[in-house]
Write a protein that binds this ligand. Structure first.
Ligand SMILES: Nc1ncnc2c1ncn2[C@@H]1O[C@H](COP(=O)(O)OS(=O)(=O)O)[C@@H](OP(=O)(O)O)[C@H]1O
Ligand SMILES: Nc1ncnc2c1ncn2[C@@H]1O[C@H](COP(=O)(O)OP(=O)(O)O)[C@@H](O)[C@H]1O
Length: 198
């Protein structure tokens, strides 16, 4: 942090903004391997929340890497910086009273915990999409696993770059063979409401 900077408090704060939107602002942080279903699930869940009149914003790995994080690659160091920036952006959206959905691999526990720490535990909901590597690889929606196995993509998560599974996520979505994405999202939605997280 720079020297000589002082935080300003404003009258219109996070609570006022969230109350105006009639919702509890928070981050629903989806984490899992490439192909585990993060983007698909985030997309369907956001549609469901918007249909209920909620105010949302979806931050997606591939999309953010086209702009804000366009200078970052997939070394451990760059992934740490990627998740740090996303965490700060998510915090700003929560400050704006928004329900934020994030869809990043976010492979390192310490980086997810950083987001939990800067937001506060009540505002950070970690959702582990626990789709096994062999299923993700069989799906291979973008053909990236095939390229990674051929040696064309170095540091690919699950192949030659680590994924540290959450140890105590608020919600764990266990893989259910042949379950549709819509049914998985219903499972997630029901878990969120049952725990009073929406
Ligand atoms: N080396 C390597 N490892 C993993 N993923 C790779 C890699 N190279 C490119 N991609 C594509 O980038 C998407 C992951 O970006 P993220 O910002 O979510 O990654 S991270 O959280 O910083 O680890 C990821 O998107 P998803 O498949 O949606 O997870 C891939 O499309
Ligand atoms: N139950 C499910 N939940 C999520 N995705 C599923 C499910 N069943 C099959 N899929 C498919 O798996 C792929 C997941 O890809 P994607 O959402 O891009 O994952 P990620 O964002 O984690 O890389 C999609 O092609 C999706 O249609």
């Amino acid at each position: 942090m720079s020297d000589n900077i002082v935080w300003h408090e404003y009258a219109v704060n996070k609570d006022v903004r969230a109350e105006q939107k009639n919702q509890q602002a928070r981050v629903i942080w989806l984490t899992g391997l490439s192909g585990s279903g993060k983007s698909t699930i985030a997309n369907l869940l956001e549609q469901k929340l918007v249909a209920e009149g909620k105010h949302t914003y979806l931050l997606d790995g591939d999309n953010v890497r086209h702009g804000l994080c366009g200078d970052l690659g997939f070394s451990d160091k760059d992934r740490v910086e990627n998740i740090r920036r996303i965490s700060e952006v998510a915090k700003l959206f929560v400050d704006a009273g928004t329900i934020v959905l994030t869809a990043f691999i976010s492979p390192f526990r310490a980086d997810r915990d950083y987001c939990r720490q800067i937001l506060g535990a009540a505002e950070f909901i970690e959702v582990f999409i626990d789709t096994p590597l062999d299923v993700c690889e069989a799906r291979d929606p973008k053909g990236l696993y095939k390229k990674a196995r051929a040696g064309d993509i170095p540091h690919f998560t699950g192949i030659d770059s680590a994924y540290e599974a959450p140890q105590a996520p608020e919600i764990q979505l266990d893989y259910v063979a042949d379950e549709s994405a819509t049914d998985t999202v219903t499972r997630l939605y029901n878990a969120l409401t049952a725990q009073g997280l929406l």
